[in-house]
Design a protein around this ligand. Sequence first.
Ligand code: GLU
Length: 305
Amino acid sequence: MKAFISEIFKDCSALSSKGQVADYIPALKNSSIDNLGITIIDTSGEIISYGHHDKKFTIQSISKVVSLLLALEDNGTEKFFSRIGKEASGDPFNSIIKLETSTESKPLNPLINSGAITVTDMIHGNTVEEKFERLIEYFKLITGNEELKINEEVFLSEKETGNRNKAIAFFLKELGVIDSDPLKLLDIYFKQCSIEVTTKDLAKIALLLGNRGLDPISGKQIVNKKYCSICNAYMTICGMYDGSGEFAINIGIPGKSGVGGGILAPVPERYGIGVYGPSLNKKGNSIAGIKLLELLSEEFDFSMY
Ligand code: GLU
């Protein structure tokens, strides 16, 4: 597999010049547009890494997968689904429109921002600080990386400029969907998005998700099996923004991307994959990362469908 990656890597990487790094969070503008890295871990623990695989970047929207798992652990499915829907929105991740127009006042899914902010509210803790403490500890548990921390510059940059997320959070409060103070809650949401990871951290999460919460290397059940299935289903229908259908058809596995350039992708019962390429296509997904996954899927028959 490594030989194949080295063969296709240069062509994939060249695509970066056709995309753009996210700039709506000013601190993300500093990312190097031509970076591309990948880590693939198989169920025996063998790791293949290539390119900028150990570069740290902020996890952004991919954090929604982890907060979703913890909110399910904390609340169980009945309570969870009473506050979060099960459908794709077909709108951009930060859209507010469906909250007002749909008959039920609840976010359509946990991967759009309105849903993710609600999910963060559902994490147990007496204070918002306690909620974040529990969340980052959970991140450490499922990545096996005790060193995880937030990138303060990116956090402050989004806190200062994230007016649309502020609008969403206040609207959710007005609808009675969230309990916490909107600005305090957003502090946790912005912090979870600013957690710095490498492709290996993403690959570890993907490996767990692809093995229904069982770490195939240690043999330990780290996450509830059912919650992993729910998470994989959500990733399939809306993990790649409004490019989710295309990802399902072309690559054929669940995936979750973030505007920092990361992609997490489980190949069920085979691999956990983490990709980094900050140059994004028009839908907000890593342009070179998607190509890399497409070619790998074709060659190694990843598709579940
Ligand atoms: N922190 C970002 C936001 O809510 C995450 C966006 C993303 O990666 O999709 O705007």
